[in-house]
Structure formats: C-alpha cells, structure tokens
Design a protein around this ligand. Sequence first.
Ligand SMILES: [Zn+2]
Length: 296
Amino acid sequence: MKESDPSVAGSMRYGFRCFNKGTRDIIRNCFEKPFPMILKQKNGVPFFQFPRLASFSNDVRHGVFTRNGGCSRPPYQSMNISYDVGDGRDDVGRNRNIISECMEGKELVFAHQVHATDVLVFSGYEHPIDGNGSRDSEKRIGDAMVTDLPKKFLAIQVADCQSILMFDPVRRVVANVHSGWRGSTRNVIGRTIEVMGKRFGCRPCDIIAGIGPSLGPCCAEFINYRTEIPDAFWRYKDDSDHFDFWAISRDQLCNAGVLIENIESSRLCTRCNTDLFFSYRKEGVTGRIASVIGLK
Ligand SMILES: [Zn+2]
C-alpha cells in the first residue's frame, strides 16, 4: 500500500480495521481541529509526524508510532516494541520488523534506557561501548542516541515518558532522547545537545525538535513531589500537584539554545489516550510505543 498523503487522510479514516471506535474518534478529531501532528500510514500501520521535521523529508525520516497495527496480544495490544515488559519475543520481533518496514526497511537501533543521561553516539565505524563494555544493541545503556550515519534509525521506547526527536539540517545529525520525569530533572535533553555540539559541531540554533506524546499536565500528578522533584521545577506545578513536563522540555530545549520556533510538541497525553498509546500510569502492565528518527 502506498503511503498516504495527509491531505487525503479523510479517505483512510475508517480504513484501519484494527482500530476501535474510540481510536477512530480521536483520529477524526485530529483532522477536524488544528492539530500539531500529521497522521500518516504505511502498509496500514499508522504513525504520527511533526510537520516541521516532515518538511525535511528528503534528508530525514521519522515516525511516532501508536499502539495500533502490531500483533501483540493483551495487555500489550498490539504494537509493543519492548522485550522487557513480559510480551512474547516473537511478537515483539514481528512488531519491530513492521516498524522497520514503515521506515523504508532501515536498521532500527535500540538502547537499554535507564532514566539517566548517558548519550550513545554512532559515527563512522565506531560502535559505542557502555559502562559494562557491551556492544550488544539492547544492552547498551543510554537514554539518548545521536548519529550522523544514514540508514541507522534511532528508536526510543516509551509509555508516558517523552521521546524528543531532533534533527540538525546543517550538520546532518539526528538525535532521539528518552526523557521521563527523572530524565527531565537530570536534563538529558541539554546533555544531548551538548554532545551534538561537541561531537558534530551542531549549533543549537539550527536544531529542529519535536516533543512526543507523553504524560500531560492533565495527568502528571506527583503527590510526593517534595521528595521526588527538585524545587527548581516546582514552578511548573499547579495547585493540584500536577506538573507540566511538556513546558519543562520546551524550556530545556530553549535554555540549550534551540529556537522556540524550531520546537514542536504533540501535546497528546498518553494516559488520556490509551486507545492510541500505552500508558504505564493508567495500565501498569503494558507495552511501549516506538518513536523513530533517522537520516535517509
Ligand atoms: Zn492526561
């Protein structure tokens, strides 16, 4: 099946047999209101794109996948891409292949995410080695990945945490960051931009960034915030102890030198939209969606 153009999205609204009515309603709403992301599909598999990043489609390809279009069974239905949540390995492997096909068959690179600030760099013939001396993809510890290599697609796994996709069209470098609340308080975003500058000469003012679907200010309640969240972040909290981590990421990008007009946010809350995404907060045992970016 040919990849859809967002302008003909209406014709595909009811085309996903795997979607239940709730999901169709959400997707219909996406097109009937101003919506910050583009919904695309390939081979019947839906994924979102950021409009600004999508405008560089000659150089870079990206996709924020939903939980739909895969083959995992409940409670991982259906596009779970994590081997670490109890899902069957065969199903996860098939789902990863489906996503790779949507990214034009490119190699997907995963990391072992631990809510820290290690940045894995892929460049030339180097293969990053983590603190344990491992070269195995899934054993490499890192919560951010950066590369200037084409055909190496960086995949972050999330269920409520943010993925932040980045592209520097001048230096031709991409990055993908996993930032949950721990990553936010440790500023893994700022650390990644620092590495992009040091290793590849990226200037923050050239970087285009997209903040993926994640726990929104509607649902990010932290009743123990006094012990969990540093007080420097308390200004992002409302009177009911809900934090706006979307604003925190935007500000961390700006503080690192990224221009506000180069930052896009999906503003989609995963906990409010479990028809579309996995939510650890809402579901407990659940899957992880994939957020992917790579140079063509
Ligand atoms: Zn919410």
